[in-house]
Design a protein around this ligand. Structure first.
Ligand code: TRP
Ligand code: ZN
Length: 868
């Protein structure tokens, strides 16, 4: 039997990239007939297959009850094939095969939210990426097998909506109670992009005319009461379609595009061809019910899934090791899209904040892996910040280096070469190289090795020669599994500023060009190098890694004064923010005084609040306790970090004094010219309110209470946090009011759970109250995440009673929903950095879990976590 085609037969269950082999059969067409009944479903399939290489015919299948199987018209006996828990193998199959298979499945009791499952009393949906299709029927369920799908869906008429990918060919009645629809998707696709939906849903309709003149029907399906909340998503969809035409020359290719919203969903959303399925949290957006942050997220996820139509669907992955090929590129594309929706600097700040808060810690701990892993046990464990966010950064680096025009020539070449294919990361980099004429092959190193490079920079100024010299050095922490770590190409965007006037200096081009510095961008691709700037009249202030031009840890010995200077004079908004973060990290972790930061903030703010209130709000970001903890590799004491951060917040609140209240009162979101400005003003007001409460200003709670009652969800929630987290007299009343207002609005109610779980003084009793609440539901990942995410907002709590909470969830979900169970367990992955005795205590608790877990998902994560 050939190993690569049968992914799970190695004893230790590890699958290796190096073992990849082409499938022995291709599938020319597949006909599905899916009949849904209340206590089971029947799936009949007809596969037309052709031999491509020697070897067994392998069909993957899991939890299927095989009813019958025929090969070229002849029924097969059990002795004609080998069937186990993972696959059905036919040895010596002829070169042309027509297979007819009938299986029975149980979507009504499928709690894993994978394959076909009942999402609510009136909805069935599918989730097939990466390996869910094998839970619907036997199939070569791997992304390099592409086929044309024709799907008949049949169900009770109480489910009027019957959807599948592609064009609707036919609808009809079976009998008085049942009806059917037949769909055909003309585009060849892998099975992970198959979808069908059976349910009772309302729909919002619109249409879009592509650059090629194709009139596309747009439909968003949701519960009746939620249809008004689909407007923002619909606008974002049309905007994305236009954006992809304008920026990448990519028009949509079918006559319809459907989106279905469900609250029972493991992740954000799924790009099934022409039939996206979304978590309600990523479609429904409305100022009354959801926050500004949620509205931004909806727009970016809508764009993300739409952009997958080309980067993922038309061109897909050869195997799951190449996941970052589609995800890294699509995240880069949705980030670029979002930069056009709001302050571009703020979008970059938010994206980098996510990278640093999730990907950097992941990459420095036991779950560290290359953006393109070379082995895995359970692929679902690799939908990670590293694959998505670091993957996006690699694409961003290549795009920045090439510039707009050449990057476009590169992507054009990619779509020209590979449309309709399943390809690799190498194919992508080769196409970019060929199209742009710039050799990018050394960027493959970024894809193939783990770890965040450390970039050390030293500066030297010589008054005599007027030369300013920068020396660069890069290094990576040694990694047990990857002994041969190499230098990576690091694009360093930089600027020099006159220290007196704050003016940006023109970089002396001749000498710089020889050193590879062009347009303020230096490509550092060795272990060490030095570059020189000549004709620099006085010691300048350098700004490095502008716009975060590479995902590295920068080590440069800035003085506090220089950081304050950059906050005031740097024109790149991202680096202004970065200067505040570096200053704050020093105050927090190195016990530096706060005065310089505060003075620089007071100098900068009045202007900035006028110009870009959203950016101004971000300058108040104080690194979270979680992030600060993730920068500590041993003897981590969460309580100490909390104490220091609290002290800083108090110092800041006192230092800003009356400014807080004055700013609060002077701002009005209703007077802003656009959503981005209004969002900024709302964010600033919430910050000021929090500061006033910290100052002990008695009027803060009254203002918050008033804001709670009059504002939209962003203001309401900001005010509610101030009341609840400070145990204000009005807190319980506001919580009760919130509950009765939003009892029937799941996404809003999630916030009610989150606010209470995130109370800094929450205890295990708080969590017990929330998890025993009648509205808590372990079958709905959003609700679990609301409580768990809230709890984890306070690491002191995570590492005390939170440990049992997360271990308990992992144990329960191991069986019910291992994808989510594995993710929640990862919250504890940095246990080994804790100071003793906590470290040993948590370790002992994790070890009790070991003999109890069965799923590959949870056990792979647990094993990796314990292997440090
Ligand atoms: N491909 C999806 C995206 O990034 C994400 C995804 C992968 C997913 N596996 C999933 C979504 C399982 C839901 C459930 O757009
Ligand atoms: Zn994606």
């Amino acid at each position: 039997m050939n190993i690569a085609a049968n992914p799970v037969i190695e004893a230790d269950q590890t699958i290796y990239l190096k073992d990849y082999q082409k499938p022995s059969f291709v599938v020319d067409s597949v006909d599905l007939n899916i009949q849904v009944y209340s206590d089971h479903s029947l799936v009949s399939s007809k596969l037309e297959m052709q031999r491509q290489t020697a070897g067994d015919l392998v069909l993957l299948g899991r939890d299927l009850e095989l009813q019958s199987i025929r090969l070229n018209g002849q029924p097969l006996n059990a002795s004609d094939y080998h069937l186990d828990a993972e696959q059905l193998v036919i040895a010596n199959a002829p070169d042309q095969v027509s297979l007819e298979i009938v299986v029975k499945i149980h979507p009504e009791s499928n709690t894993m939210l994978e394959g076909l499952y009942q999402a609510s009393s009136d909805l069935f949906v599918t989730q097939n990426e990466p390996e869910g299709f094998r839970k619907i029927t036997f199939y070569p369920d791997r992304p390099d097998v592409l086929s044309v799908f024709t799907t008949r869906v049949e169900a009770d008429k109480k489910y009027p909506v019957l959807l599948a990918n592609g064009n609707l060919l036919e609808t009809g009645e079976v009998d008085a109670n049942r009806h059917y629809a037949i769909w055909q998707d003309p585009t060849k696709k892998p099975s992970y992009l198959f979808a069908c939906v059976i349910g009772d849903l309302a729909v919002m309709k619109d249409h879009y005319v592509t650059s090629e003149g194709r009139n596309v029907a747009l439909e968003i399906y949701a519960e009746e009461k939620d249809i008004p909340k689909c407007k923002i998503a619909m606008e974002a969809l049309k905007h994305s379609m236009r954006w992809d035409e304008e920026h990448y020359g990519l028009p949509y290719d079918l006559d319809n595009y459907m989106i279905v919203a469900t609250s029972a969903f493991n992740m954000g959303a799924m790009e099934n061809k022409g039939l996206n399925i979304f978590n309600t949290s990523c479609v429904l957006a409305d100022e009354e019910y959801t926050t500004d942050a949620a509205i931004m997220r909806v727009q970016s996820v809508i764009a993300h899934e739409y952009f997958h139509n080309w980067t993922g669907n038309r061109i897909t992955c050869r195997d799951w090791f190449q996941l970052c090929l589609k995800e890294g590129l699509t995240v880069f594309r949705d980030q670029s899209f979002s930069e056009d929706l709001q302050s571009a600097a703020v979008q970059r700040i938010d994206d980098v904040a996510v990278l640093k808060a999730h990907q950097f810690p992941e990459d420095s701990g036991p779950l560290s892996h290359p953006p393109r892993p070379d082995h895995f046990v359970e692929i679902n464990n690799f939908y990670t910040a590293t694959v998505y966010e670091k993957g996006a950064e690699i694409n961003r680096m290549m795009a920045t280096l090439l510039g707009k025009e050449k990057f476009r020539q590169g992507t054009d070449e990619y779509f020209r070469r590979h449309d309709g294919q399943a390809v690799t990361v190498e194919d992508w980099v080769a196409a970019l190289t060929a199209g742009s004429g710039v050799d990018l092959s050394n960027f493959l190193t970024w894809y193939n090795q783990p770890g965040t490079p450390k970039l050390q920079v030293k500066a030297e100024y010589d008054v005599e020669t007027q030369i300013y010299r920068l020396s660069f050095k890069q290094s990576l922490k040694p990694h047990a599994k990857y002994p041969n770590l190499k230098a990576v190409p690091i694009p360093v965007a930089l600027a020099l500023f006159d220290a007196e006037s704050g003016e940006q200096l023109t970089l002396n081009s001749k000498a710089l060009f020889e050193n590879g510095v062009k347009d303020g961008m230096y490509l550092f691709d060795q272990d060490e190098a030095t570059i020189e700037f000549s004709g620099v009249a006085a010691k300048p202030v350098v700004s490095l890694l502008r716009n975060f031009s590479a995902p590295v840890n920068l080590d440069f010995d800035y003085s506090e004064k220089e950081l304050a200077f950059l906050l005031q004079y740097e024109t790149n908004g991202f680096n202004q923010w970065q200067a505040t973060q570096t200053l704050l990290e020093r105050i927090l972790l190195d016990d530096q005084p706060a005065e310089i930061y505060i003075q620089a903030m007071l100098n900068t703010l009045p202007d900035m609040i006028e110009k870009d209130p959203l950016l101004a709000s971000r300058l108040f970001d104080v690194p979270s306790e979680g992030y600060l903890g993730s920068r500590i590799d041993q003897d981590y004491q969460p309580a100490m970090i909390q104490e220091k951060r609290e002290a800083l917040l108090h110092t800041l609140a006192r230092a800003f004094g009356e400014t807080a209240k004055e700013t609060y009162l002077s701002l009005d979101p209703d007077l802003q010219s656009d959503f981005s400005q209004a969002m900024g003003v709302r964010a600033l007001r919430n910050i000021m309110l929090t500061m006033m409460a910290r100052q002990g200003d008695a009027s803060a709670f009254d203002l918050a209470y008033e804001r709670y009652h009059t504002g939209n969800m962003s203001e309401r929630l900001g005010a509610l946090k101030v009341l609840v987290w400070n145990d204000a007299p009005q807190a319980q009343e506001a919580l009760a009011d919130f509950y009765s207002r939003f009892e029937d609005e799941a996404l809003s109610l999630d916030q009610w759970f989150m606010v209470q779980a995130a109370h800094p003084k929450a205890t295990d009793a708080t969590i017990a109250y929330l998890t025993q609440h009648p509205d808590y539901d372990l079958a709905v990942p959003n609700r679990i995440r609301a409580v768990s995410g809230g709890l984890n907002a306070n690491p002191v709590n995570t590492w005390s009673f939170g440990v049992q909470h997360f271990i308990g969830l992992a144990k329960y979900l191991d069986e019910k929903n291992p994808i989510v169970g594995s993710r929640l367990l990862q919250v504890l992955s940095r246990w080994y950095t804790l100071a003793e005795p906590q470290r040993s205590e948590v370790k002992a608790q994790l070890e009790t879990l070991k003999p109890l877990v069965k799923s590959k998902n949870v056990s792979e994560t647990l094993n990796s976590m314990l292997s440090v």
